[in-house]
Each structure stands twice: as structure tokens, then as C-alpha cells.
Design a protein around this ligand. Structure first.
Ligand code: PLP
Length: 456
């Protein structure tokens, strides 16, 4: 929505009295006038245009998220602007989505052009872009050194859907190998995050997400991440599929060890189970290689590889890449989607994948990751009681703190820097892969100030 239009909406804001009490907007996040006057980028005050807009809209939104007060109206590169025209350096990139930055000019042009040509005609017919993206994903994957036997792709609209397809494909493989139905177990790991649909949620063993929606889908089993010893008993002849993130993102930016993934794939293959890598957050160049598993030996490559987030740089799309062993077991009618693979999303993703697969971009990601790490190590040395560990790879990094980071996140935001959290007390950094050295230094400086003021 245009900035002007959002302000016109504010003028028409409804009164608090008219809103249902249960979903009345909380005001506890808003800055007071006195606080606002002392800060470079204060959160909007209760009488601000942002607050009025939220007061009007929030009651009509199912309350699945708790949001801070700024209302973002514009993005460019690594920056966002709010209704009050405050500028924020964005180290979140829409949760590892806007890898080529906000409102990338090339992407916007392609979107506009394809929007005027063909948006959707359904999966009942061919179009030039669903196939082109499938071919490109396979080719770039084969060239990258990851998934050496990638063969075919199912395209959908989100990460959860990509995993849901992967989970179903794993089940189908198990059913074909053992028609008695004895090979249907799906293994996932503690602290994993695979999504919110019932299958992907069942593979996400977090009571906070699962409990309200129990019972989960039957036939899932949970192991301990990075526990090599436990794999033998965990993965058995009953297992059809093992789903794992090479780097757990939501779980706290925790990388799997190479030893663990190699042993996991070996054990899965011993029992005829498929290996499913979820690279929805860590893939597509974020670690400094196209796929986070790309450096692993072939025997540890996946049979199913899921991607989403950065695939559309903000335009919704997901994909499930499979090898021939899996592809040949999926028949017409086994799975489908109305919107998935539409020409608009696929044409955009073709451009994004081509650019994220470039070696220069990936080399730069490694160098930028080093800059972040140097800054984080300085913070660790300065605040040893607060910063206990630096984790991650490339531009998916976690700063493990010994306390709840909420105050630091707010202090950073009120100084113009957006950061998010993950796991337990982890600050997560997933900026645009095009973030510049100056932006990194600017953000690190703000982060240090935010930590400093929260020590008082
Ligand atoms: C590793 C991983 N898998 C799956 C998902 C779910 O993706 P979506 O939110 O697009 O459904 C996420 C989202 O954060 C993720 O990080």
C-alpha cells in the first residue's frame, strides 16, 4: 500500500470501544513521548499514525503474531522504512527471504512484465516457466557440487508445502518398497523446524507449536540432533524417510556436524529410507555455497531437497527437488497444487536462482560472514557474561546469549537496526546476501550500543 493511502486509512480508524476486548491491541510496546525524544529511531508513540493504523487493523487479524509497533511501508536493498518515514537497517531479510534485498529492480521489472503476460493458468496445462524453473534448479544443483543425482522438481507455494510434498514422497517410497505398510516411519530431530502444516508440524517436535493442535500425524519419531550414536536405533527397517536441516535455523542456528549427516545418510541407506534435507532457511547461497550440504561427500547427499524462502526473494514459492529413485515412484494424481508453479512465481524464481547460484556472490557471502564473525567475537570479548557462543556459516549466524534478547532487540530497533531471535536466547542474523561491508559495520555498531544500553 502506498504511504499516502496508509495515512488515509489511519484517518478512518475505528475507536477502541468498538473493538472486541479479547483482541484489543496492546499498547505496552509503544514508546512514551519522553522515551521517543531520547532515541534516534524510537518506536512509534501511542498517538502516532502507526499506532492508529494498527489499532484499526489488528482486531481483524487472527492474532498469530506479536508484532512491535513500526508499520513498514517501503523497502530498498538492506533497508526498510516505516509509516513515520524512519529508516531501519534490516538484518532479518524477511526471515532469510529477501536474499537479493528489498524491491530488487530486476525482480520488480520481471514481476511487472509477467503480470501483464500470464499470471496463472493452472497445473492442468503447460506454461514456459514451471518447467524452466524445474530444469534450472536441477542443472544449478548438479553444477554446485550438492545433490549429485537431482533429477526432477515439484513446485509449490511455501516451505511447509515443500516439506509436506517431501514427507508424502518419503511415505510413497516406503509404501512401494514394503506394500505391507510396515515402512512408514518418518524420523526428524529435536529443535527442528519444518513448518506449520500437519505433516511438517509433526516433524517439528516443539510442544509450543504442536500441543494446541494435537494429535499429530501418526508414524513420526524424534531423534537427537548431532547424536551419531543414536542413529542406529533411531533409523530402522520401519523408517521410510529422515528429514533434517543441515543448519537448524529457527532452532537456534545450529549446524549439523558433517560426521552426523554422513552417518545419518549411511544408516538411512542401509535400511532403504530416503534422506530429506530441509534447506528452506539455510540453502540458496546463504552459507556461501548453493546448498548448505554442498561440501559433503556424495554418499551424504539427499534424495529429497526442499527449498522456499529465498527462492522467490519475497514472492511466495517453494520447491521439492528429488532424485530419480524418488521421482519414479510418484505417479500422476499422487500430489498436486492449484497455485504452485504458476508462471509468475516461476519466472521470478528463475531470475533469483540464476543470480544466487553465481560463484562471485557466494564468495562474497563467505567474506561478509567473516566480517560479522569478527564483530561478534569482539562483542564476546567485551561481554563475556552475555555472549556465550557464535554459531552458523556464511550469512546465517547466531549469537548465543545467556539472557532473553528481547530488550536488546528493542534497543537495536530504536536505534535503527532490525534483528530477530531463534531457539533459546539466540540472536539470529540472516541479512540480504548483498548487504555491504559498510552496512555490516553500521549494524554491528548499533548492536554494540544496544547491548551497552541494556547493561545499565
Ligand atoms: C527450515 C525451515 N523449514 C520450513 C519452514 C516453513 O516455511 P514456510 O513458513 O514458508 O511454510 C521454515 C520457516 O521458517 C524453515 O526455516
Amino acid at each position: 500500500m502506498a504511504f499516502g493511502a496508509s495515512l488515509r486509512l489511519v484517518a478512518a480508524a475505528s475507536t477502541a470501544a468498538a473493538r472486541p476486548a479479547a483482541i484489543r491491541t496492546t499498547t505496552r510496546f509503544y514508546a512514551t513521548a519522553a522515551q521517543a525524544s531520547r532515541l534516534p529511531n524510537p518506536d512509534p508513540t501511542e498517538d502516532s499514525a502507526s499506532a492508529r493504523l494498527v489499532a484499526e487493523h489488528a482486531p481483524y487479524m487472527v492474532a498469530t503474531y506479536s508484532r512491535p509497533p513500526p508499520v513498514f511501508v517501503k523497502g530498498q536493498g538492506s533497508y526498510l522504512w516505516d509509516v513515520e518515514n524512519r529508516k531501519y537497517l534490516d538484518f532479518t531479510a524477511g526471515i532469510a527471504v529477501n536474499s537479493l534485498g528489498h524491491c530488487d529492480a530486476e525482480m520488480s521489472e520481471i514481476l511487472a512484465e509477467q503480470a501483464k503476460t500470464l499470471i496463472h493458468a493452472s497445473n492442468l496445462y503447460y506454461n514456459p516457466w514451471t518447467g524452466a524453473l524445474s530444469k534450472l534448479l536441477v542443472e544449478r544443483t548438479l553444477e554446485s557440487g550438492g545433490m549429485h543425482d537431482a533429477a526432477a522438481v515439484f513446485i509449490c507455494n511455501s516451505g511447509s508445502e515443500a516439506n509436506e510434498a517431501g514427507i508424502k514422497f518419503g511415505r510413497k517410497v516406503g509404501k512401494m518398497l514394503d506394500p505391507s505398510g510396515g515402512k512408514i516411519e518418518i524420523v526428524s530431530f529435536g529443535n527442528a523446524f519444518h513448518g506449520r502444516t500437519m505433516g511438517s508440524l509433526t516433524a517439528t517436535p516443539n510442544p509450543k507449536y504442536q500441543a494446541p493442535f494435537a494429535p499429530m500425524v501418526p508414524g513420526f519419531k524424534v531423534g537427537t540432533y548431532n547424536d551419531v550414536e543414536g542413529l542406529k536405533d533411531l533409523i530402522t527397517e520401519k523408517t521410510c524417510s529422515v528429514i533434517v536441516e543441515p543448519i537448524q535455523g529457527e532452532g537456534g542456528v545450529t549446524p549439523a556436524t558433517d560426521e552426523f549427516l554422513i552417518a545419518l545418510a549411511k544408516r538411512a541407506r542401509e535400511v532403504g529410507a530416503v534422506v530429506h534435507y530441509d534447506e528452506i532457511q539455510c540453502g540458496l547461497g546463504r552459507t556461501g555455497q548453493l546448498w548448505a550440504h554442498g561440501h559433503l561427500p556424495k554418499e551424504a547427499h539427499p534424495d529429497i531437497l526442499t527449498t522456499a524462502k529465498a527462492l522467490g526473494n519475497g514472492f511466495p514459492i517453494g520447491a521439492t527437488i528429488v532424485n530419480q529413485k524418488v521421482a519414479e515412484k510418484i505417479k500422476v494424481g499422487d500430489h498436486g497444487t492449484t497455485f504452485g508453479g504458476n508462471p509468475l512465481a516461476c519466472r521470478v524464481a528463475c531470475n533469483i536462482v540464476e543470480r544466487l547460484a553465481k560463484e562471485e556472490l557466494q564468495k562474497a557471502v563467505v567474506a561478509k560472514g567473516q566480517l560479522f564473525r569478527q564483530g561478534f567475537e569482539k562483542l564476546r570479548a567485551k561481554y563475556p557474561g552475555l555472549v556465550s557462543e557464535v554459531r552458523g556459516k556464511g550469512l546465517i549466524l547466531g549469537l548465543q546469549l545467556t539472557e532473553d534478547p528481547t530488550k536488546i532487540v528493542k534497543a537495536a530497533r530504536e536505534r535503527g537496526l532490525l534483528v530477530i531471535t531463534a531457539g533459546t536466547n539466540t540472536l539470529r542474523f540472516v541479512p540480504s546476501l548483498l548487504v555491504t561491508e559498510e552496512e555490516i559495520q553500521e549494524g554491528l555498531k548499533v548492536l554494540e550500543e544496544a547491548i551497552e544500553v541494556t547493561r545499565e
